[in-house]
Design a protein around this ligand. Structure first.
Ligand code: GZL
Ligand code: ZN
Length: 331
């Protein structure tokens, strides 16, 4: 529903002028007509605030969907629970928003609530991760990352770095069933299959958070010394937790020690990479707000939005980094 933003000052002035009946001033309808501006109402349903990446992602959305840009933003934080996302979507439907933007925590379990949005005639745009639904028409477009392409950059770096040497990997997975976890895990597992000198020592579940990653890594390291070559962390916050645990158990992260691979490449991660503690930082761009707005503006103009819009991404080793470069980064 298009919301009407009455510009109070102008309306009040017009009203006062007509009340005082300034000489020659007629009280015609258009003079007192409310000055109105249609706002596009966007309901945004965010996963939570589990990682630095997520905070930057939310900020990029809030920076774009402002009143001065012509939007009314309704922002719901689901605190990492799918049921909270589902009830937020139902609330948006009752509020008759113009668009629903969903950062789905996981890929499955969305068909019925997205059918309700479709029945209400509200376009849904998937941001960041995506969903696995029977009926593709349940969402209009996806704006996010190609997680398999990200993981392929990590695998290419491992091939280049280790050649035919034995590679023992500790794999710390992100939130299970999230598109980011599924893509980053699938490519690593396929690469391990394809390299008989690569082996996964253990798969731990870090849920994209530092505390969880620290906890599961400590538990693993407490079982005794391991010959670890690579710790493959599916986001930065997991890498921070793993490094904390490794150092507590006497391992060295970096040159001559354990090579930590991380996804997101936020500023803290890039600084650790410059310091040599993180061997490879794979970028996952959270700044998606403008790409989402482009989709909405296309739809507003009656156009057809691209089904998939991927953010530009690359990877970094310490040779690619300087303090100045990191300081310039937006997240
Ligand atoms: C990736 C995003 C992931 C990040 C994590 O696009 O879904 O979720 O890699 C975040 O940091 O928690
Ligand atoms: Zn070894």
């Amino acid at each position: 529903m298009k919301r009407r933003l009455i510009i109070p000052l102008l309306a009040a002035t017009l009203l006062l002028l007509s009340l005082w009946g300034c000489a020659g001033q007629t009280d015609s309808a258009e003079d007192t007509e409310e000055a109105e501006q249609d706002l596009i109402v966007v309901g945004v349903c965010q996963v939570g605030a589990e990682s630095d990446w997520r905070v930057a992602n939310s900020e990029s959305i809030k920076a774009v969907f402002t009143e001065e840009n012509g939007y009314e933003l309704l922002f719901e934080d689901a605190k990492q629970k799918q049921e909270n996302q589902i009830s937020a979507i139902r609330k948006f439907i009752q509020q008759k928003v113009d668009y629903i933007v969903l950062m789905p925590i996981s890929e499955t379990g969305w068909d019925s609530v997205l059918q309700e949005a479709k029945d209400a005639g509200i376009p849904v745009i998937m941001v960041d991760r995506t969903v696995d639904v029977e009926d593709e028409s349940l969402y209009t477009a996806h704006v996010g990352s190609d997680f398999e392409a990200e993981a392929e950059m990590a695998v290419a770096w491992m091939e280049e770095t280790y050649g035919d040497d034995q590679v023992n990997i500790v794999h710390i997975r992100g939130t299970l069933d999230s598109t980011a976890q599924l893509g980053r895990t699938k490519v690593l597992e396929e690469a391990v299959e394809a390299h008989d000198n690569w082996s996964i020592l253990t798969q731990l579940d870090g849920d994209f958070t530092q505390p969880k990653s620290y906890e599961v890594m400590c538990e693993y390291l407490s079982r005794g010394d391991q010959d670890i070559h690579v710790v493959y962390c599916e986001n930065d916050n997991e890498a921070y937790g793993a490094i904390e645990a490794l150092e507590e158990y006497g391992y060295t992260c970096g040159e001559g020690g354990v090579a930590v691979i991380s996804f997101d490449a936020t500023k803290t991660c890039l600084t650790l990479c410059l310091e040599g503690k993180i061997a490879l930082a794979v970028e996952c761009n959270p700044l998606l707000g403008e790409l989402v707005e482009e989709v909405i503006q296309t739809l507003e103009a009656g156009g057809t939005a691209a089904r998939e819009t991927y953010a530009e991404e690359r990877c970094f080793t310490r040779e690619d980094l300087t303090e100045a470069f990191i300081a310039e980064r937006a997240y």
